[in-house]
Design a protein around this ligand. Structure first.
Ligand SMILES: [Zn+2]
Length: 435
C-alpha cells in the first residue's frame, strides 16, 4: 500500500487541479462548487461507497473596493484588503496600536477608535490567540474598526473571516507587515491626526457544500466508524495550497488506497471534505446537524497536513491516541510529534463540541506565525508532493490501526471540554465560533 502511494501520480494531479486549474475555492462561489464536484468525481473513480455532495445555505460575501488613508500634513493612502464578513462602512477616527491585541492590551480605552493589532501571539501565551478573539475584544471595547497586520514580510496582508456565517459588527481590514510598520513610524513622529477606512462588500444568500463517501472493511467487526475530514475551501485571494489543498489531497490519496485494501480494515471509514471552513467552520457544523454522530468512534481532522512531511498529532485530550500514534511511529521507524491539548481552531471542533472524540492533524512546521497561508503566496510550489505522500502514508496506516481497535474511544463531555478551554483563556475563541 505504501508503495502504491509512492508510485502514483494522483497526488500530484489532484493538488495541481485544486490550486492551478481553479482560480480559488472561496466559500459559496462556483469555484468552490467545482472543487467539490472534482472531489466527488475522484471518490467515484476510486470506487468508494456512495459519494455524495450535500449542499447547505451560507451567507456569501464578495469584496469590493477597500481604502485606508492616514490624515497627516498630507493624505497618505495605504494598501489594504477587507477581511471576509466585514460590513460595508466608512469610518474616520484616531488609530491606536495595540501590538499583539491580547486581552491585557485592550485595557486601553478604544471607544470609537480604529484598533491596529498584529496576527502573532507571543511565545509566553502558550497557545494561539486567534484573530476572532482580537476582533471580539475590539468590538466589545467599542472600537469603530479593526486593522489586522501580518507579521510575515513581503507586502502580504493575511486574510481571515470576521465571524462564523455572519457579518461582523465593525469593519475589518488586513494590512501587510510593511504597511503596519509605516503607520507606526508616522505615528511615532506624531504626524497622524486621524485615519479613514472605507470598505465596500456585498453579502447575501449563497450555497456551499460538503462531499462525503465511505469505505467498508471486508471484515467489519463493529458498527462504529472512523471519520477522516478536512476542508476543501480556501480564501478568495489565494490558491490555498497549504491551507487546505494539501489536506484535501491527502484525504483523497488515503481514500484511494484504502478503497483498494478493504481487507485491512476492521470498520467503516467515512471521508468528508468540508466546505466553508474558512467562514467559521460552517460545513462541519452543517455536517454534524445533518448526520447521526452516535456511530463515529473518532473524527480525525486534517488542516494543512502535507505541508511539512509528517503531520503533528494534537490529541484534543482523546484517550488512547498517544499510544496508537506511537505504535504506527515505531512500526515505520518514523518519528511523530504528539501534543496533548485541545485546540478548537478547525473543523474537528464542530464534532468535539457535540461529544465526538476527535484528533487534529496539523503541519509539523517549526516556524512561528501563519507562514503563507491566507495570503496570495499560498501557491502550489509551497507544497511538496513528496510531503503529501508521506502524510497520506502515515494517515492510512493510522486509520488501519484505528479501524481494528477493539475498544471504543471514551466520549468527551462537551461541558468538561468547554470548561477546560475556558480555564485556558479561550472563552472569546469559543464565542467567536458559536452558531
Ligand atoms: Zn485551514
Amino acid at each position: 500500500m505504501i508503495g502504491e502511494i509512492w508510485a502514483s501520480n494522483e497526488t500530484s494531479e489532484n493538488i495541481s487541479y485544486l490550486t492551478e486549474e481553479l482560480e480559488n475555492r472561496f466559500s459559496g462561489t462556483p469555484q468552490e462548487r467545482e472543487a467539490a464536484e472534482y472531489v466527488k468525481g475522484k471518490l467515484e473513480e476510486y470506487k468508494l461507497d456512495n459519494p455524495t455532495l450535500e449542499s447547505f445555505d451560507i451567507l456569501g460575501w464578495k469584496r469590493g473596493e477597500t481604502h485606508l488613508s492616514l490624515h497627516c500634513a498630507s493624505e497618505i493612502e495605504l494598501d489594504c484588503i477587507a477581511l471576509p464578513y466585514s460590513p460595508s462602512k466608512n469610518v474616520e477616527a484616531e488609530i491606536v496600536d495595540l501590538g499583539y491585541g491580547l486581552e491585557e492590551d485592550f485595557e486601553e480605552n478604544v471607544e470609537g477608535k480604529i484598533v491596529l493589532v498584529n496576527n502573532e501571539t507571543p511565545e509566553y501565551k502558550g497557545r494561539t490567540v486567534h484573530r476572532g478573539e482580537k476582533y471580539l475584544q475590539a468590538v466589545e471595547g467599542g472600537a469603530s474598526a479593526f486593522v489586522y497586520q501580518n507579521t510575515t514580510p513581503g507586502n502580504l496582508p493575511s486574510t481571515g473571516s470576521l465571524g462564523s456565517n455572519k457579518l461582523g459588527p465593525i469593519p475589518g481590514i488586513a494590512i501587510s507587515k510593511e504597511t503596519g510598520d509605516k503607520i507606526r513610524r508616522i505615528s511615532s513622529d506624531g504626524e497622524i491626526q486621524k485615519a479613514s477606512i472605507s470598505v465596500k462588500a456585498e453579502s447575501g444568500n449563497s450555497t456551499s457544500q460538503n462531499v462525503y463517501a465511505s469505505v467498508s472493511g471486508d471484515n467489519n467487526k463493529k458498527k462504529s466508524e472512523i471519520l477522516l475530514g478536512g476542508h476543501l475551501d480556501g480564501h478568495d485571494i489565494s490558491p490555498a495550497a497549504e491551507d487546505n489543498a494539501s489536506g484535501t489531497t491527502t484525504l483523497l490519496e488515503v481514500a484511494r488506497v484504502l478503497s483498494k485494501h478493504r481487507d485491512l480494515l476492521g470498520s467503516k471509514i467515512r471521508f468528508v471534505s468540508f466546505g466553508s471552513e474558512e467562514m467559521g467552520l460552517v460545513g462541519s457544523k452543517e455536517y454534524t446537524k445533518a448526520h447521526n454522530l452516535d456511530n463515529i468512534n473518532l473524527m480525525i481532522n486534517m488542516d494543512g497536513v502535507g505541508v511539512a512531511r509528517e503531520p503533528k498529532v494534537i490529541t484534543c485530550k482523546t484517550d488512547y491516541i498517544p499510544g496508537l500514534v506511537d505504535k504506527v511511529s515505531s512500526y515505520l521507524h518514523y518519528p511523530l510529534d504528539i501534543e496533548d491539548y485541545i485546540s478548537p481552531l478547525s473543523d474537528h471542533w464542530s464534532f468535539l463540541r457535540k461529544g465526538v472524540p476527535v484528533c487534529y492533524l496539523f503541519p509539523n512546521s517549526k516556524t512561528s506565525g501563519r507562514g503563507w497561508s491566507h495570503t496570495p503566496m499560498d501557491t502550489l510550489d509551497k507544497v511538496k508532493v513528496k510531503d503529501v505522500k508521506e502524510s497520506a502514508m502515515i494517515v492510512a496506516l493510522l486509520l488501519i490501526e484505528l479501524s481494528n481497535l477493539e475498544k471504543s474511544f471514551p466520549r468527551p463531555n462537551p461541558e468538561t471540554v468547554k470548561k477546560n478551554l475556558e480555564e485556558r483563556g479561550l472563552k472569546k475563541q469559543l464565542e467567536w465560533f458559536k452558531d
